[in-house]
Design a protein around this ligand. Sequence first.
Ligand code: FAD
Ligand code: 2HG
Ligand code: ZN
Length: 492
Amino acid sequence: ARLYSEGVRQLNTVGEEDLAHFAKILPESCILSTLPPKPTATNDELAPYNTDWMGKYVGQASTVLKPKTTQQVSEIVKWCWERRIGIVPQGGNTGLVGGGVPLKDELLLNLGGMNKVRSFDPVSGVLVADAGCILEALSEHIAPHHHIMPLDLGAKGSCMIGGNVATNAGGLRLLRYGSLHGTVLGLEVVLPDGTILNQLSTLRKDNTGYDLKQLFIGSEGTLGIITGVSILTAAEPQATNNIILALPSFDNVQPLYTKVKRHLSEIMSAFEYFDRASYDLAIKHGHGKALSAEDVEGAECFVLVETSGGKREHDEQKLDELLETLMEAEEPLINTGVLSSSPAQFASLWAIREGITESISKEGKPYKYDLSVPIHAFKDVVDITREHLRSKGLLREDAVKQVMGFGHIGDGNLHLNIVADRFTPEIQAALEPFIYELVASYKGSVSAEHGVGVMKAHALHYSKDATSRALMKRIKDLFDERGIMNPGKVLE
Ligand code: FAD
Ligand code: 2HG
Ligand code: ZN
C-alpha cells in the first residue's frame, strides 16, 4: 500500500493485503474494488461513490466497503487504524460541501447497507435506527403510528439519518422542532481505533456528566462513524396547511415575518423565502405548479408559510383572517396569497420551494454558499455578489448565468447560489474570499447547516476565532490522533 501525507500525517492507501483482510470480515457482495489482481468493480461502477451530488468534487477511491453491522464496521476501522488507512464515511452522498467523497484514494465506507429500524416506541415517540436508513423510509415507517420525523429536507429520498446527524442537517422543520442537537437522544459510534461507543440512550433526560454524543452531531465523519441513531420523533399534527405569499419588495419580508408570527403564533411551522429568480427556475424545471400570471405579476420575492396545528377549521380560519388582514391593509405588505385547498396543492406549493436546489443543478453548475446572516441582509448579499461578478465581466451566458437567494427566514439562513455554465478557476477566484469577507462583515456564519466538508476547511477562521479552532484541533487529536477519519475535511 502506497504512503501519502495528509497534513502532517502519513496515511496508507488500501492494498492487496488489506483487501484480503476485508474479505474475512465482509461477504464478497459488500466489497467493490478496482484493485488487481482480482478487481470486483470497474471505475464506472465506483464513479457514483466517488462523485458528489453537484458533480463538483471527485475522489479516486479504489475500494468501497458496504458493511451491514456495527461489528463489521468496528473490525474494518480497527484494521485501518492499525494500518493507518484513511477512511471516508458516506451516507446518501447528498452533502453539498464535498465531505462525503474522498480527496485522494481513501477507503470509502458506505453505510447504505445498514438500513434496519431497531425499535420504535409509539408512546414516547423514540425511534432507534441504523445510520444507513433513508430519511423518507423512516418517515414512512412511523407514519402509521401518527408520528413524523423532526427534520425534513429536499434530499429526503436519498439522504440517510447517519448523514443527517453527521452534518447536523437543518432543513424545513427546524423552526418548529429545533435542531438535531435537541432531538437526537443517543448515538452508537465506531471510534477511529475501532472501539464501539454505545450511547444509544432513549432517555429524554440524562445529566450524567459531559454529553459526548453532541460532539458527533455535525462532526462530518471526522471523529468516528455513526452506526446507530436514537431520535425523538414528533406527534403528527392533526392539520397542516400552507400558503405562498407574493411580495412586491424584499423590504416587506421582515415586517411580514413579524406580523405572521404574531397572528399565527403556535400554529406557524415554517417560514421559507425565495426570490423571483429561484421561483422562475423551479417552475421552468417542472417543480410544483406555476401560480397564475396574475399572482406572480410584480412579485420580487415569495414566502411560503406552513401551519401545523390541532384543528383544521381553527387553522384555516386563522390563515383566512391573516390573508384578509394582509390584503386589506392600507399599505399591503403582499400582492397576493395562494392558499392551498387540497393535499395535492399543499404538496405542489412545497414542491416549488423544495425543488429549487434540483432546478439549479438542471440549469447549470452550482456554486453554493450556505450562510447565516441577519434577515435584513438576505437581498443585499445576493445583489452585492451579483454586482461583484458583473464588475469582473463574469455575468454572461458562458460564465455565470444567474445569482439567486432563498432559504430559511426563521433560522436566519440564506442559500446564496451562483449558477454557472461550468466550474472554472476564474469564477471561483471571484467568489472567494469575497463572499466569506462579506459574511464576516455581518458577523455571520460561513456554514449555517450544510457543514464545512472540504469546501470550507480553509475558511473556518471567518466564523470561528483562533481559540475555538485550536480547541477543535485538540478534540480531533483526542479521538483520532492518527488522522484516519475523513482526512482533510472540516479542519485543514
Ligand atoms: P453524505 O452526503 O453521504 O455525507 C455528508 C457528510 O457526513 C460527509 O462528511 C460524510 O463523511 C459524513 N457522514 C455520512 N454518514 C456518516 C456516518 N454514518 N457517520 C459519520 N459520518 C458520516 N441540508 C440541510 O441541512 N438542509 C436542507 O434543507 C438540505 N436540503 C438539501 C436538498 C437537496 C436537494 C440536497 C441534494 C441536499 C440538501 N441538504 C440539506 C444537504 C444534505 O442533504 C444534508 O447535509 C444531508 O444531511 C446529508 O446526508 P447524506 O446521508 O447524504 O450524507
Ligand atoms: C435547502 O434549503 C437546502 O433547500 C439546499 O439547504 C440549499 O441548494 C442549496 O443551496
Ligand atoms: Zn437549507
